[in-house]
Write a protein that binds this ligand. Structure first.
Ligand code: ADP
Ligand code: MG
Length: 252
């Protein structure tokens, strides 16, 4: 089941520098949100706060109606136990720019890892890995090590891994930015197919054409704030925000 996300008044400061300055954002259940914005504007920090890889300084993120990383105690938020945070994270898939596969593990072992940690028996985990590899177009590559796969294939393994715990939400942080241009299409095709399945998705990307085609909403983040949000065509073609227009003109 896909889950909606509510982000309210999210703040994050690193060493006195406020990187997120009060983000309010909704990702409706089953929708695809593309996130664009200049380098350093806080896009990765925002995604990392959603699955509590970063701890916000103020504000909160709710996934499927549950506050991530915290338990509501009266009018205070208290941090959850590592075990509870792990349970919440298992519902949130994450795909990184640099794939982040374990180099000394096979494709199937990389996909099994999170499942085993979640207590799923290894025969089931292995069957899921095989099924998901086929789904991302890597049928029969269970035993391949990352070094023997192209960047596009590695990223597809990483997508399969993100799907392995049957998440309600999947976050992509510039999934094609590290790829050679000829390998971008195969990864975007997998993400596009995924977008039709009704899983909630957020994707930070500079692929404006892809965002226009696939996203239900497009968010322009600038200096730690949501500077523009709306239907992709609206934001890309008619944004009232000068910096959004200038950014889009520069990346197109
Ligand atoms: P984007 O993904 O939009 O390029 P980031 O969220 O990665 O931006 O970073 C926003 C700002 O926060 C940058 O100035 C970056 O240097 C800083 N930053 C990100 N992570 C950390 C960290 N762990 N420690 C200190 N500064 C950080
Ligand atoms: Mg980033």
């Amino acid at each position: 089941m896909s889950a909606g996300v509510r982000i309210r008044n999210l703040h994050k400061t690193y060493g006195g520098r406020e990187v997120l300055r009060g983000i309010d954002l909704d990702l409706p259940a089953g929708s695809v949100t593309a996130i664009i914005g200049p380098s350093g504007s806080g896009k990765s920090t925002l995604l990392r706060c959603i699955n509590h890889l970063e701890r916000p300084d103020a504000g909160y993120v709710e996934v499927g109606g549950e506050v991530i990383g915290y338990r509501v105690d009266g009018d205070r938020l208290r941090e959850r136990s590592p075990r509870e945070i792990a349970r919440q994270r298992a519902r949130i898939g994450m795909v990184f720019q640099q794939f982040n596969l374990f180099g000394h593990r096979t494709a199937a072992q990389n996909i099994m890892e999170g499942q085993l940690a979640a207590g799923i028996p290894s025969t089931t985990a292995r069957a899921t890995a095989t099924r998901l590899l086929a789904r991302v177009g890597l049928e029969g590559r269970d035993g391949a090590y990352p070094a023997h796969l192209s960047g596009g294939q590695q990223q597809r393994v990483a997508i399969a891994r993100a799907l392995a715990t049957d998440p309600a939400l999947i976050l992509f942080d510039e999934p094609t930015s590290a790829l050679d241009p000829e390998l971008v299409g195969e990864v975007l095709a997998v993400i596009k197919e995924l977008a039709t399945t009704g899983i909630t998705m957020a994707i930070v990307t500079h692929e404006i054409g892809f965002a226009r085609e696939v996203a239900d909403q497009l968010v322009f983040i600038d200096e730690g704030r949501v500077a523009a949000i709306g239907a992709p065509d609206e934001v890309l073609d008619h944004s009232a925000n000068d910096r959004a227009r200038a950014f889009v003109a520069a990346v197109l």
